[in-house]
Design a protein around this ligand. Sequence first.
Ligand code: AAO
Length: 474
Amino acid sequence: QHNPHWWGNRNTIVHLFEWKWSDIAAECESFLGPRGFAGVQVSPVNENIISAGRPWWERYQPISYKLVTRSGNEQEFADMVRRCNDVGVRIYVDVLLNHMSGDFDGIAVGTAGSEAEPSKKSYPGVPYSALDFHPTCEITDWNDRFQVQQCELVGLKDLDQSSEWVRSKLIEFLDHLIELGVAGFRVDAAKHMAADDLSYIYSSISDLNIEHGFPHNARPFIFQEVIDHGHETVSREEYNQLGAVTEFRFSEEIGNAFRGNNALKWLQSWGTGWGFLPSGQALTFVDNHDNQRDMGAVLNYKSPKQYKMATAFHLAYPYGISRVMSSFAFDDHDTAPPQDEQERIISPEFDEEGACVNGWICEHRWRQIYAMVGFKNAVRDTELSNWWDNGDNQISFCRGNKGFLAVNNNLYDLSRELQTCLPAGVYCDVISGSLIDGSCTGKSVTVDGNGYGYIHIGSDDFDGVLALHVDARI
Ligand code: AAO
């Protein structure tokens, strides 16, 4: 279940973290479809506990499988899926199969109004009772298989996926979403569930719904959140046969490189050469909603120049199933998404240039990022060739005869003739500008009959990248 079922030549997923369904539907029609995005990872769709201040993470604490959250209700969800599929944008749902909520004093009321008594492991909205869970214990040793898979991740009541009842409820939930037209799932905390149990569940769910444009017998796309740096007891190799796996080392190493801790020249062997999973099994990202909040090597929107360079490299280099992050502004781990006084999530608003203004960051609407989504579509199915580097932090490479990328992360200019592999002509750099009505608002590069062009990226240019492709020829 490694096929994301993308439409046409599209091949980038965006995570619209905490967005409402009605806003995602509109975004599919007005922006994602026209810009060639392949799909959206949406926040959890099923009923969750309500936590004080409404932190984003309350949605990782299920109360039932009713499709009512702060993002919207079932009807709004169904409408979104249909409208996005209609414009060729797939929907992938973040699903919580590992656990229900954490502890709560007394009776908790969820976002759909269901009551639950977490301290007694009682979730009548499903229903689940204590019998459906592993006995309570804490994960203290992340390399102890029993603890990782049968104790409670940060105190979240740990479901027993070997039980027939639990399996049937999870399958029913996933089938409901498939019926509504989703293309697949991000499986949260997959490492905390036995691969055999997941295998049973994945192989029991329905084929994708042909009424939403999927082929007959199409299996749901699965990508599993497994954090494995290569030496975990519960390893990514237990899961990658079942579906794709999040490649966390990609995120950490790309952060290291573009923060300047590792010369870009080493990226020539990026991908499996770095010990990453095979390309078709790796879900890749510069940052995700968890690690963008950690202090460390991982880049996020707060370092925009480096972040855009890393994203350009991510989308230009032929490796992995790419996902870009679309965040809301945060100060700390618990910051709630943009909301009004009644604690309802608010819709993103856009300025004249299409950038988000009211607490949403919308990295996917940054020109340098959506332009690279277009680049990746334009160069699909081509190989990387003509790698060049200056022995340090300036690199360039071609994608067949369709695209060319150059990056300068040195503190001095990159100015030289480079092989672009493109047919002779004048090309618009889609990073510094756009091709509008036949003219380029940014840098343009003239490519001669031998494929060479003069490339200039000043060390103090606004962006440290230059990208050319055949769909942006003047
Ligand atoms: C909240 C409160 C808690 C409270 C709980 C229950 O914050 O204080 O106890 O409610 O009431 C999210 C939030 C949590 C939140 C939870 C529920 O992040 O703060 O708890 O919702 O509301 C492990 C798992 C991984 C998990 C990650 C957070 O393996 O699956 O922890 N991610 C997913 C989601 C996440 C969500 C949940 C799971 C729960 O993406 O958003 O939590 O549904 C090591 C281990 C990893 C481990 C990490 C983090 O990794 O290998 O398995 O992830 O630590 O603890 C270096 C190290 C590496 C380390 C890594 C961390 O690279 O080398 O070993 O850093 O990035």
